[in-house]
Design a protein around this ligand. Structure first.
Ligand code: PLP
Ligand code: MN
Length: 383
C-alpha cells in the first residue's frame, strides 16, 4: 500500500509489505508501528490534558506520512527547520507548518512565502534587520505571513535578548506590510538532554522567566502574544506548566538511546515513551575472538550522541556492546563469543533524527511482519 508498482526489494526498498522480519535485507531501519502509534497517541493525550497545543517537530522523522499520523491524532500542524523540509511536508498534505529556524537568504524567504499560498506557514526572526526582507517576500507573493519573535530561552545560541530587544523585533513585524505579529518562540535546546530531571526543570523555569520578561515588554508595546511555542521531548512537561501555549516535541515518536539514558531517572513523562525505532543489522565478520563486525556503520546510524543500545540478543546476559562504527561497520564487543556469522542484532539508534535522515525508507513492522514502507520524504532536504 502506498508504494509505486515495480519497486524491487533489495534494490529500491529494503523490504516489501507482507515479508517476515527474517526476509528484510540489512541494514534496515524499522519502525515498530504499534509502539510509534502508542507514542503518537500518548503525546497527544498528555498535551491535551496539560492544556497545550502539540506541534510535533518534523525534523525527527522528515516524513509527511508520519506528520499526517500526528495531525490525525490531534496535532496542530508540524514544525520544520528547513524550507525544503517544509516543502516536502506541504507537498505530502500537511496544512500547517511553523518554520522554527532563522532564515537570512531572501531566496529562502521567497520559497517560504510561496508556501503560504497553499498552506498556513509561520516564520520566526531574532533580528530586526531581517524584517524588511521578510516583508518584501510576503508582499511579492501577495500573502500575509504570521511571524514569531524568537527569544534566547537559555541556550545562548539563536534568539533575541528577552524583554525590550525582543519586543523591538515584534514591533517591527507588527508594523511591516505583509507580516502579522503572531507570538513568540522560546525553545531551550540545551535543556533537552540534561540527565537530571530536576536540573532540566530548573533550566525551563529559568526560560519561563525570560518568556515572562518578554511578555511584559510586549504588553508595554501594546502587542498581544497569543502563541508561545517551544519545548522538546526532554522538557515539554515543564513548558506545559509555564506560560507556553504549544510544545514542539519531535523525538518522542521514535525515542533513541540518548533519550533512553535521560529517561532512566523515574517519575518523568519522558519514561512513558517507547523505543519504536530499531536498526536491524547482520553479523558479517567474526574473524577474531571477542569481537563481531556488523553491517551498521556511520552511513546508517549517527553516533555523535553516544552508541546505539543493543536490544537483542539481550546485552544484559550476553555482554554485547557497540564499541564504535566505521563507514560501513559496527564493532560489537562479544566477550562470550555468542554471535555467529549471519546472526541478526536489533539496536536502538543513539540519536534518532540524524539516523532517520540516512534512510530513504522506514520499514513499518507490526509484530513479526512488514506492514508497510514509510517514505522519509524530506530525507536529505536540508537546504
Ligand atoms: N523545537 C526545536 C526548535 C528544535 O530544534 C528541536 C530539536 O532539536 C525540537 C523542537 C524537538 O526536540 P526533540 O527531538 O528533542 O523532541
Ligand atoms: Mn535530536
Amino acid at each position: 500500500p502506498g508504494l509505486e508498482p515495480g519497486l524491487e526489494p533489495g534494490y529500491d526498498v529494503p523490504a516489501l509489505p507482507g515479508m517476515s522480519l527474517a526476509e528484510i535485507e540489512t541494514p534496515a531501519l524499522l519502525l515498530d508501528l504499534d509502539l510509534a502509534e502508542a507514542n503518537i497517541a500518548l503525546m497527544a493525550a498528555r498535551a491535551a490534558a496539560a492544556g497545550v497545543a502539540l506541534r510535533p517537530h518534523a525534523k525527527s522523522h522528515r516524513s509527511a506520512e508520519i506528520a499526517r499520523m500526528q495531525i490525525e491524532a490531534g496535532a496542530a500542524g508540524v514544525c520544520c527547520q528547513k524550507v525544503a523540509e517544509a516543502e516536502a511536508m506541504i507537498r505530502g498534505g500537511v496544512p500547517d507548518v511553523l518554520l522554527t529556524n532563522d532564515l537570512v537568504d531572501p531566496r529562502k524567504m521567497a520559497r517560504a512565502a510561496r508556501l503560504a499560498r497553499t498552506a498556513r506557514i509561520t516564520a520566526i526572526a531574532d533580528d530586526l534587520s531581517m524584517i524588511p526582507a521578510w516583508s518584501a517576500a510576503a508582499r511579492a507573493e501577495g500573502v500575509e505571513l504570521p511571524m514569531l519573535v524568537e527569544i534566547d530561552a537559555g541556550s545562548a545560541a539563536c534568539g533575541a535578548e528577552p524583554g525590550a530587544p525582543a519586543a523591538e523585533i515584534a514591533k517591527a513585524i507588527d508594523a511591516a506590510p505583509g507580516l502579522r505579529f503572531a507570538g513568540m518562540q522560546a525553545y531551550c535546546g540545551v535543556a533537552q538532554h540534561i540527565r537530571s530531571p530536576a536540573e532540566r526543570r530548573a533550566k525551563i523555569e529559568a526560560a519561563a522567566e525570560r518568556v515572562r520578561l518578554t511578555l511584559d515588554a510586549l504588553e508595554r508595546a501594546g502587542l498581544d502574544c497569543p502563541w508561545i511555542t517551544g519545548g522538546g521531548t526532554g522538557s515539554w512537561e515543564f513548558e506545559a506548566a509555564g506560560p507556553w501555549t504549544e510544545v514542539q516535541c519531535g523525538s518522542y515518536v521514535f525515542m533513541d538511546a540518548d533519550y533512553q539514558r535521560d529517561a532512566a531517572a523515574p517519575g518523568q513523562a519522558l519514561g512513558e515513551f517507547a523505543n519504536a525505532l530499531i536498526l536491524l543489522t547482520t553479523v558479517m565478520s567474526k574473524a577474531r575472538p571477542g569481537v563481531a563486525m556488523c553491517d551498521a556503520g556511520l552511513k546508517v546510524q549517527s553516533m555523535e550522541s553516544g552508541p546505539p543500545r543493543i536490544l537483542e540478543p539481550d546485552p544484559g546476559n550476553s555482554g554485547l556492546e557497540v564499541l564504535g562504527c566505521a563507514d560501513e561497520h559496527a564493532r560489537v564487543a562479544d566477550p562470550n563469543d555468542l554471535l555467529r556469522l549471519g546472526d541478526r542484532l536489533r539496536m536502538t539508534p543513539g540519536h534518532c533524527d540524524p539516523t532517520v535522515n540516512l534512510h530513504d525508507w522506514l520499514v513499518g513492522v507490526r509484530g513479526d511482519t512488514v506492514e508497510r514502507l514509510i517514505r522519509v520524504s524530506a530525507r536529505g532536504r536540508s537546504w
